[in-house]
Design a protein around this ligand. Sequence first.
Ligand SMILES: Cc1cc2nc3c(=O)[nH]c(=O)nc-3n(C[C@H](O)[C@H](O)[C@H](O)COP(=O)(O)OP(=O)(O)OC[C@H]3O[C@@H](n4cnc5c(N)ncnc54)[C@H](O)[C@@H]3O)c2cc1C
Length: 662
Amino acid sequence: MASSPKLNSKIPEGTIENKWTKYRSTVHLVNPSNKRSLEVIVVGSGLAGSSAAASLAEMGYKVKVFCFQDSPRRAHSIAAQGGVNAAKNYQNDGDSVYRLFYDTIKGGDYRAREANVHRLAEVSTNIIDQCVAQGVPFAREYGGTLSNRSFGGTQVQRTFYAAGQTGQQLLLGAYSALQRQIGMGAVTMMTRHEMMDVVNIDGKCRGIIARDLVTGKLERHFGHAVLLCTGGYGNVFYLSTNAMGCNVTAAWKAHKKGAFFGNPCYTQIHPTCIPVSGDHQSKLTLMSESLRNDGRIWVPKKKDDARKAVDIPEEERDYYLERRYPAFGNLVPRDVASRAAKERCDAGYGVGTSKMAVYLDFAANTERYGKIEATKLNLQNPSKEEIMRLGKEVVKEKYGNLFDMYKQITDENPYEMPMRIYPAVHYTMGGLWVDYNLMTTVEGLYALGEANFSDHGANRLGASALMQGLADGYFVIPYTIGDYLSEEIRTKAIPTDNEAFVKAEKDVQERIDKLLSIKGKKSVDNFHKRLGKIMWEKCGMARNKEGLNWAITEIQKLRAEFWSDVFVPGTANEFNSELEKAGRVADFIELGELMCIDALNREESCGGHFREEFQTPEGEALRDDEKFAFVSAWEFKAESQFELHKEELKYENIKIAQRSYK
Ligand SMILES: Cc1cc2nc3c(=O)[nH]c(=O)nc-3n(C[C@H](O)[C@H](O)[C@H](O)COP(=O)(O)OP(=O)(O)OC[C@H]3O[C@@H](n4cnc5c(N)ncnc54)[C@H](O)[C@@H]3O)c2cc1C
């Protein structure tokens, strides 16, 4: 299968180990004085956006950053809990750049681009050095060396962490770097501004239309290049672990202006979240994957077992992940763990009142830690109680904030009884299609971090999103953008009274006016919830042809109803959060349709995309490499009309195989 002529991934020549090194030595550069007259717009201030903006400003470019929060520090990246991967091999347990590369390709079920993933593994080590230099307080061993823990889909310990607040600490590092540039006048920071559209002139992206969310005023901003670092779109499902504000609007507007959307149906459902407890919820809570280092997952062997977890004897428990996947046990990748939990609950072995939950149990490892502590303290014949008390201290040290969070939400004490968990929407592997330079199919328009489709294939491994966002921002874009901007040094700043800016702003205004004029009977949330239900039931953990066809029709009906019966209170020229939400939900509805179309088209199962018709006799995902070893890149044509372009995936360094964690 050949790639579509409209997709040039621009993968450099050479061996996989040398591609990035050679690229960096030969890519076109922009000299310092020219950098000062080149303007770059960065939309988003999460890990990808902050790191990119700080790096580009430090290099000398004129940078403008936009975010919809009141501070760049509030980007959703701050919520990341568990850690960030890097192939440092500090544990001397056999890790290497190649192994991180291999684990990521295999973890993504052989649906990611080799060259990008190898580059990611290479620069992973720089990220840790960079962040340590910034003062990020990674966890350390007693002797001062950086500590590591395991995440799913690997057999080494390569995850660096700062308790259960890794994202927060990394973002504070990137934010400090950004703040420094703001202080020096190299970055103009536009908080409480939402990008409403991109502006293309003669086939190149030349700026954005933004709305000041406090006054409602629309603004035009020019840039020689525009970077979308706008995060993922998991909230299309309404309920997810994402922050409430996460949305697809920036990426979707870019898509409608020519940027192809890559693999929209690849969604990650995280296995360890606090289960849904009722209709009142608008948010789900993640229990970090790091907990699977010490938590064992099980259900009762007996169906509908009503006993308390602590009353069920060891021999009557089914540690189903350890049983099915002995080589990786509780640390299988997320897609595998989620499906296994669903399988047990669907078969009637679920626990809790809803029966849609499984146990995550720390008792065995609490006891193990307690015995180690007792030995250290030279205690002779300690009682079980004493051992458990000592063990709890160790568990508290490692996961205390996560245990507190669980207790506050469920009012149950996870030190005394197992947590109840169930899979929930968490991350979107799909996103804007980008080439090796992170440029979309629109010249001058880039996508970084979770907003692009690039490195995780059909399933992202835990602790790899922070790695990718920071790799893109600190280490990739500073080189690759030069390839484009070196050709732009003669382009003067385009005045924003240019007709393309005027037209884009007019279109945005008309859409806002339309939303406010409908004055229907249903709230924006009503539509969002209904969309989420369709997506979760038909395009969630399991999908099939009939369900997807039904979902596409339902979403089309929902869109028509939205545009005739939504009620948006207030006016355009004020702080109006309902108006913001309305625009975002309208985009989610369109995206939802494309996700279902993509899922319908991909007649195989891979990673997070599980088509019930395509599974092995053991219920594992069954890929079809003959027909589907490609990236789906969708071009927007008109409402409900998308054209598929394929980027062939070639595996020259890794042998493509049926994924096994047994
Ligand atoms: C609860 C939770 C825990 C996680 N834990 C981990 C972990 O331990 N390890 C790991 O590797 N990954 C983790 N992840 C995933 C990871 O946090 C995200 O993938 C990553 O932080 C995304 O970073 P980003 O910079 O791409 O986007 P974000 O941090 O989401 O930032 C997006 C930015 O874009 C801005 N924006 C969006 N749209 C617009 C618009 N239209 N106009 C203006 N601005 C806009 C926002 O204001 C924001 O500044 C976790 C995710 C969740 C939900």
